[in-house]
Design a protein around this ligand. Structure first.
Ligand code: BMP
Length: 452
């Protein structure tokens, strides 16, 4: 085996690191760009890489090996062939048909799986992948990574109790390239500057308690929601996707004691009538102390939304404490929602959603700066000044065959730092919705307390 430096220089011939100005997936401009995928096309290097990765981990502690898709898949395969550790494959998305499995291959619950990643930056994608493997009943204790961009991801994962083994760091690579005359001092300084300003800020990643949010958030609806959460020890929002007024009222009365808010889609109520549907619902909300959230998902220009909010049969502005709105219309489109706390749709739970990382980043900026917005619907952590509402939560199901994707309450509280879970069919389709609501309330509160 050649030494590590020579090995890197061999890899470098495949242009795996480029220097200049690159816009990353996050929208941030970076002075360097890493792409290790070409290594898979060079069998000699791939084999050598596999051996080196295996060399830096305590091999006898693992039963299985798995690569984070896609770049690490060939690496994990080569490592499996070299070590005889059985390979499992993690899908990017569960299949919508057949077994709906996220993890493919032969494994047994309780086995320890070595995770392989090509590059580690903030650690965010690993933090999304690990729970998916753990949810299949497997253990993950170690992650082996080819290159650490030294932006805090390794430390973040280590803080969460995972051991992270890295073959190269960006500093090490820069040093080798400098000595080889391939990188000048100026470029190295630019890289160092970039790394200083773009590392994970651990303070902003911490879970903030409801008490602290109550002190810092000023919108009256956000405060009311947090007060109810603390009074009831609940962070559960029940989604009442029911078709008649009678079903809606019956459901609200049953689950009311356990929830902080009832989420509705009034446009699916077949016998909707303002007097008969809304007025009794307002009484039920007062009786059981919960807020009303209309999941209208406004998505138009400000002037039209102003009309949709106040007029038509639903007269949403009269009664909805909380409303949902898409941000596709831009910042000013949210200016007219004066009576309700706006929950911005930042990232959706459905498979194939167009809310990619760039969209989410721009949407988060609008949400965090607009005074009418109290939080966002998202499947990822939000800045601490926003409340995070997460739908796609189920204790039983992984999907509905129609694109919905579910996580457990424990997952969303511990990994996303969700503030409120939104549960629909898990409750209203249960044999005993009241019992199911209580179960989700207990699980949700447990998840919140664990994440503190
Ligand atoms: P269920 O738990 O039955 O899948 O219902 C989820 C509810 O949350 C639905 O009312 C849906 O409209 C809403 N929702 C969602 O599922 N994902 C999103 O990204 C945004 C939503 O509002």
């Amino acid at each position: 085996m050649t030494n590590k430096r020579e090995f890197f220089l061999e890899c470098y011939k495949h242009q795996i690191v480029k220097f200049g100005r690159f816009t990353l997936k996050s929208g941030i401009e970076s002075p360097f760009y890493v792409d290790l995928r070409p290594l898979a096309s060079d069998p000699k290097i791939l084999k050598d890489l596999a051996a080196r990765m295996l060399d830096i981990v305590p091999l006898d502690e693992f039963d299985l090996i798995c690569g984070v898709p896609y770049a690490a898949l060939p690496m994990a395969t080569a490592m499996s062939l070299e070590s005889y550790l059985p390979l499992i494959i993690k899908r990017k998305e569960a299949k919508a048909y057949g077994t709906k499995q996220l993890i493919e291959g032969l494994y047994q619950r309780g086995q320890n799986c070595l995770l392989v990643e090509d590059v580690i930056t903030s650690g965010k994608s690993l933090l999304e992948t690990i729970p998916e493997i753990e949810e299949a009943g497997l253990k993950v204790s170690d992650i082996v990574v080819v290159l650490d961009r030294e932006q805090g991801g390794k430390e973040l994962l280590e803080q969460k109790g995972y051991r992270v083994h890295t073959l190269f760091t960006i500093t090490e690579i820069c040093q080798i390239l400098k000595e080889e005359g391939k990188l000048d001092e100026q470029e190295i300084l630019r890289i160092q500057d970039f790394l200083k300003g773009n590392t994970v800020n651990f303070e902003t990643l911490k879970r903030v308690s409801y008490e602290t949010k109550l002190e810092t958030l000023t919108h009256s609806k956000a405060q009311r929601l947090l007060e109810i959460a603390l009074e009831k020890k609940s962070n559960l929002i029940a989604s009442a996707d029911l078709l008649t007024t009678a079903e809606l009222h019956n459901f609200a009365d049953k689950v009311g004691p356990h929830i902080v808010a009832l989420k509705t889609h009034m446009d699916v109520i077949t016998d909707f009538d303002y007097e008969n549907t809304i007025l009794p619902l307002i009484d039920l909300a007062a009786k059981h102390n919960f807020l009303l959230m209309e999941d209208r998902k406004f998505a138009d220009i400000g002037s039209t939304q102003e009309l949709q909010y106040a007029y038509g049969v639903h007269k949403i502005s009269n009664w909805a404490d909380l409303i949902t709105a898409q941000l596709i219309g831009g910042y000013p489109s949210l200016d007219y929602f004066h009576n309700s706390g706006v929950i911005a749709i930042i990232g959706m739970s459905s498979s194939g959603t167009l809310t990619d990382s760039h969209y989410r980043e721009e949407a988060t900026k609008i949400a965090a700066s607009h005074p009418n917005v109290i939080g966002g619907v998202a499947q990822a952590q939000l800045p601490q000044e926003l409340l995070l509402f997460t739908p796609g939560v189920s204790l039983q199901s992984k999907g509905d065959g129609k694109g919905q994707q579910y996580n457990t309450p424990s997952h969303v509280f511990n990994h996303l730092h969700t503030d409120f879970i939104i549960v629909g069919r898990g409750i209203y389709k249960a044999d005993n919705p009241e019992k199911a609501a209580l179960e989700y309330k207990i699980e949700g509160w447990k998840g919140y307390e664990e994440s503190l």
